[in-house]
Ligand binder design. Structure first.
Ligand code: ADP
Ligand code: MG
Length: 471
């Protein structure tokens, strides 16, 4: 058996089966190095760049050691921002999918204190929150951490940067001494070291190399003379490498729209992402891309900034980035979590100086290669693995991911393993399902009920502008 297989760990069959259904075939390096120790209950400090798989490392640890019978907060994960807390909660819920009735609650500025206090009253196993809000609850005595067995400080360096040191200290003060403490951070400045010394006991330090690892990102450069040739080049690269998820970086909104439209004309599943989309269309586009219902996202750097798009197979630079750092930042979005990625850049004579700067920055020569042969265009592009169903009901209607999963997989339903990401917003919810069962899933949701009611459901296709205009 492979030593990076999850099955060497002492995990329940529910957790292991679910990992398989999530497509987690092997542990990432940080998981392989930390999970045995985490499962043994020892304190761990994990250092690794974004995308190395830290959430599942601690998430599996929390889930494995949870006592489901005890409906009191047993684990607390502190994150620097509401967005990160939501992400962590989502990943933990995904990991917990095979387990019965695990309650994961987020405590952030995203919803009123009162509502959260009520939820806390009803009980929760795992809390994910920002230090400010968690401290508020402790102060108001709406939160009791006396039953805590595990504490996670996620993105600890950013929490400190954001000035949360005192809050974090105040929170730790109210947790039992006999707890497991895990600290994750992209960097390890001396401040983190001193926190670790104060709040951890004999921690194991696990450090993995940055994800900007040339061995996992294959870079290709192609000489071109015109934008038409770049566009052809994008199609050739997509057909030659057949990546499941690709971002094409462009410099202007107009380019983004033109290229996305052009790729759609040629049968690709491509959407445009630029600054002029309203929040909802932007969320929807990103969500469909992230859940694998869209294969190609054409974006400006600004629109893609700060986005954590996971597991990209390829990055295409329609034009080479303005500077070397931006180039490295762009291509660093592929090849994450120990997977392989490729980066493709089109360069013309006019961009010689940028190429020279990039060469100096990377410290190796940049050799261009011919474009893939035109014969690759004889085949049709692959369809994305998933399709997204939009349901006109969400949190306000008390719909939770489990309700949707239940409705889809009940009698005459589709297999749970064919259900992908589920995202619930205030008044709508999205669920990704494998393409071959999309119609069956739509029928099942259409004929059945969610929380005793029927809600309008449809399959999302094409640009979001269209689908929202239809409403
Ligand atoms: P980090 O917190 O280190 O930045 P995340 O925990 O957010 O990274 O993980 C990055 C991505 O990798 C997520 O989409 C996650 O679902 C995925 N991932 C994590 N572990 C694995 C694995 N073992 N196999 C495949 N994908 C994984
Ligand atoms: Mg993380």
């Amino acid at each position: 058996m492979n030593e990076s297989s999850f099955s060497i760990l002492e995990l329940s069959s529910e957790l292991l089966d679910n990992l398989t259904s999530l497509g987690y075939a092997e542990m990432t390096p940080i998981q392989a190095q930390s999970l045995p120790t985490i499962l043994a209950g020892r304190d761990v400090i994990g250092q690794g760049k974004t995308g190395s798989g830290k959430t599942a490392a601690f998430g599996l640890g929390l889930l494995a050691r949870l006592d489901i019978e005890v409906l009191k907060p047993q684990s607390l994960v502190l994150c620097p921002t509401r967005e990160l807390a939501d992400q962590v909660a989502r990943e933990v819920r995904r990991l917990a999918r095979g387990m019965q009735n695990i309650k994961v609650l987020t405590l952030t500025g995203g919803s009123p204190l009162r509502t959260q206090a009520d939820s806390l009253q009803h009980g929760a196993h795992i809390l994910v929150g920002t230090p400010g809000r968690v401290e508020d609850h402790l102060r108001k005595r709406t939160l009791d951490l006396s039953g805590l067995t595990a504490l996670v400080l996620d993105e600890a360096d950013r929490m400190l940067e954001m000035g949360f040191q005192e809050s974090v200290d105040a929170i730790i003060e109210q947790t039992p001494k006999a707890r497991q403490t895990m600290l994750f951070s992209a960097t390890y400045p001396s401040q983190i070291q001193s926190i670790a010394e104060r709040v951890m006991i004999d921690p194991l330090l696990v450090k993995v190399e940055s994800r900007h690892d040339s061995s996992t990102i294959q870079q290709h450069f192609y000489d071109v003379e015109s934008d038409e040739q770049r566009l052809l080049g994008v199609r050739l690269v997509l057909m030659q490498y057949r990546p499941q998820s690709t971002v094409v970086f462009c410099s202007t909104k107009q380019q983004v729209q033109d290229i996305a439209a052009e790729l759609r004309n040629h049968g690709f599943s491509a959407l445009a992402l630029h600054g002029d989309l309203d929040q909802r269309d932007r969320d929807q586009t990103l969500l469909r891309f992230a859940n694998k219902s869209i294969s190609v996202l054409v974006a400006t750097d600004v629109a893609a900034r700060g986005l954590d798009i996971d597991s990209l197979d390829a990055v295409i630079n329609f034009h080479i980035a303005r500077d070397a750092e931006m180039h490295v930042h762009r291509i660093g979005r592929t090849g994450r979590a120990g997977s392989f990625g490729s980066a493709h850049s089109f360069i013309s004579d006019k961009e010689g100086y940028k190429v020279a700067l990039l060469r100096d920055y990377l410290g190796h020569s940049i050799d261009s290669e011919p474009l893939p042969a035109a014969s690759v265009l004889q085949q049709a592009p692959d369809k994305p693995a998933m399709e997204t169903l939009l349901i006109d009901a969400g949190k306000k209607q008390k719909i939770r991911p489990g309700d949707i999963l239940g409705a889809l997989t009940g009698e005459n339903g589709i297999p749970g393993a064919k259900v992908g990401k589920i995202d619930v917003f205030d008044n709508r919810a999205y669920v990704a399902v494998e393409r071959d069962v999309a119609q069956a899933a739509l029928n099942k949701l259409g004929s059945g009920k969610l929380k005793g009611r029927s809600f309008r459901t449809r399959i999302l296709r094409g640009q979001p502008e269209k689908s929202s205009r239809q409403r």
